[in-house]
Design a protein around this ligand. Structure first.
Ligand SMILES: Cc1cc2nc3c(=O)[nH]c(=O)nc-3n(C[C@H](O)[C@H](O)[C@H](O)COP(=O)(O)O)c2cc1C
Length: 262
């Protein structure tokens, strides 16, 4: 999964908190995010040709969102542009939509609203390009409660996402890591049990209908098989590969196929 080229979504907003939260949301929805604090930086960054969708603020120092949209239209008229703004200005909204904006969203917005806009822009792009839609999977943290996972599953169903990746690294410090002072996400074996628990929960909650990519602490065929037994459709490895080396994925695939035949 990590090696597949993901659609790039560019974010232009002068508010650092908005940039950071959008970047994290967009990355967790399976896209690659590229953030810019100024419209000029996006235009001069040489990224326009490879961008699948542009999300921009309206009011920014230097060039504003409407001028940015005009510049983008000259080079990439088919590029979906989504506006986000904290100011209610009907005239600006009318103008952006008349210039072909895909969506005009007011801050604060919730994750579902933005995800819906991105999915719709992505479908529109596929239709214009005459290609099939890119599958979009949402990756979740293992630190969510089952109740929170239920709301994620609702969002996935509502927006027709194609699957879920469970799980990312954990912020918890389980077992012998209880007193570990370092900040950041923990991967590998300490995550194995919780990730499997979450996969089993999702599989049960969706009656096995939602494709699940199981990840977290897979280090051999048994731990990969544990994820499959819990309901995973595919498995992904990260830390196992770091410790196991470049042939780990091949050896694991062979051993897992053998295990599943038994
Ligand atoms: C150094 C590092 C960087 C990671 N970067 C990403 C990332 O950019 N996107 C992502 O979805 N997951 C990322 N992950 C999470 C892994 O893909 C994986 O979900 C997690 O590490 C659990 O699997 P593991 O126990 O096999 O490592 C990263 C993990 C590590 C350790």
């Amino acid at each position: 999964m990590d090696g597949i080229a993901k659609p790039v979504i560019a974010i232009v907003d002068d508010d650092r908190r908005v940039r950071e939260s959008l970047e994290s949301l967009i990355e967790s929805a399976g896209f690659t995010a590229r953030v810019f604090s100024l419209a000029e930086d996006f235009l001069q960054g040489g990224l326009m040709a490879g961008t699948s969708c542009l999300i921009t603020d309206v009011r920014m120092p230097g060039m504003g969102g409407l001028d940015l949209q005009r510049r983008v239209r000259l080079e990439r008229p088919e590029l979906p542009v989504i506006f986000i703004t904290g100011h209610h200005e009907d005239e600006v909204e009318r103008c952006a939509l008349a210039q072909g904006a895909a969506f005009f969203i007011y801050k604060p917005f919730d994750a579902g609203e933005l995800l819906g806009a991105i999915m719709a822009a992505n479908s529109e792009r596929a239709k214009l390009a005459g290609k099939s839609k890119k599958p979009v999977l949402l990756k979740i943290a293992p630190d969510l409660s089952f109740r929170q996972i239920d709301s994620v599953l609702q969002v996935i169903a509502e927006f027709g996402l194609n699957g879920i990746v469970a799980t990312n690294t954990t912020l918890a410090r389980p077992d012998s890591f209880a007193n570990c002072p370092e900040a950041g996400g923990l991967s590998g074996r300490p995550l194995q049990r919780r990730a499997t628990q979450i996969i089993r929960y999702i599989s049960g909650a969706t009656a096995g209908k939602l494709p699940i990519i199981g990840v977290g602490g897979i280090h051999d065929a048994e731990s990969a098989g544990e994820k499959m037994d819990a309901g995973a459709t595919l498995v992904q490895v990260y830390t196992g590969m770091i410790y196991g080396g470049p042939f780990f994925a091949h050896e694991l695939a062979v051993a897992l196929a053998e295990r599943q035949r038994r």
